[in-house]
Design a protein around this ligand. Sequence first.
Ligand SMILES: [Zn+2]
Length: 422
Amino acid sequence: MTRWRAFPPLGRVFRAGGSAFLLGAVLAACSSNPMTGRSQLSLLPENTVIARSVSAYKAELAPYAKKNRLNAQAVQVERVRGITNRLVAQAVRYRPDTANWPWEVNVIDDPKTINAFCMPGGKMAIYSGLMEKIQATDDEIAQVMAHEIGHALANHGSEKMSVGMLSDVLVAAVAGNNAGARQIADIASLLLWQLPNSRGAETEADRIGIELAARAGFDPAAAPSLWRKMMKASGEEGRFDLLSTHPASESRMETLNELVPHMRPLYAEAAAQPASLPNRLAANVRDVTPGAEAEAAPAPRPLSLLNPAVQAFKRGEALLPCEDCGMAFYRRKDKLRAYHEGRAWEILAREVLEVGYAQDISWYYLGAAAEGLGLPVASEYYRRAAELARFKETHCKGLLADLCNGIDLPRQAEQALARLAP
Ligand SMILES: [Zn+2]
C-alpha cells in the first residue's frame, strides 16, 4: 500500500518545535508491535493516525460514490461484508482494543483494478476487479482482506507515516549542519537502519492474515493459490495494483505454503462450528461507545499468533540449527537472562528458538522453559545441554566470549536432570 503518501509532510511540525523536543520525540518513539512484538517506530499517537486514515478513506471513496460506482452490486457487497465480518471478529480477539475502531468495508466498482486495502482504524475497501478478473473464491477474498487487516493490526500504516516524518527530519538536520542537528541525524539514521523493509511488513501481514482467516473458517491453502492466480493474471491487460505493491515471488509462496499445515487445525476447528463465530460488523459502520464492549463481556486473554517453532518445542521437537549465531545470541543475552529470571517461559523459549544457536546454553534455556511449563520433554533438553557442554565448540564459555549468562554448565543441567529423575 502506498496510500499514506497523501498525508502532509509532518516533519515540518517537528522542526518548528525545536531540536530538544525532536530528540526526545525520536528517542521515545520506539514501541513494540502489538502483533509480533517487533520493535517499531511510532511517532504519532494511534488516534491521530486513525483520524487521518478516516479522512483519507473518505477522499478515496468520494469520487466513486459520485459516479455511482460504490457498492453498486448488492450481491458482491453482501458477499464481501459476510467475509470481512468474520475476519474482524477474529482481529478483535488478538487486539481487543480494536473493538473500538471504526471498522467499515465498501466495494469499489472498478472491474479493471485488482486491489484491496485496510487502513489504520479498519477502513477497508475491495475493488470489484479483484473478484471478477481472477474469479476469486470466498476463501481467496478472505485471504486478501485478512492480509490487509494484518497490516492494520501490526500498525504498518503508522510505521510508514513515522518513517516518512523521520526522513523529512533527517534531511532538515543534515541541511542544518550544526552539532545538535548532527546528533539528531545520527540517531535518526540509526533508527532508520533498524526499520524493516517493506518486505518485512509484507511477511508480517501474510503471517497474521493466514491465521486470522483460518480462525474465521477460511481455507489457508487459498493464500498461496490466490497469489498464484494474481501472478498468472498479471500477464493480461488491466491494472494490477495489489501485485505492484505486493510482489508475489516464489519465496513468498513457499513461506505461505509452509504455514498452511500449521493453520489447518485452526481452520478445522472454526469450520466445524461456523454458527458460533461472532459477527462483528453486522451493521457495517458500527457506533461504538468506548468502554461499553468491555463491560458487556469480560475480556478473555487476547490471542497471540501461533508460533510453529514453539509448538514443535512443546512436542519435544525443538530445532536449534545455527552453529555460527553467537553474535545473534550475544545481542539477546541480557533479554534471555531477564526472561529466565522472570520465569517468562513461553517468551524465553520463543526467543531461544528464534536465534537457533546450537549451544549448550540454548538447550539449557529450553529445558528450563519446558520445566517451567510442566512439559515432560524438559529432561531431554537438559540432557542435550549437559552433553554439548562437554565439547568446547558447543560450550557457551569460549576463549573470547562468555555466553553462559551466569549458568554453570554442565553442572546446572545435571542438577536439573537429577531433580526431574523419576
Ligand atoms: Zn501487503
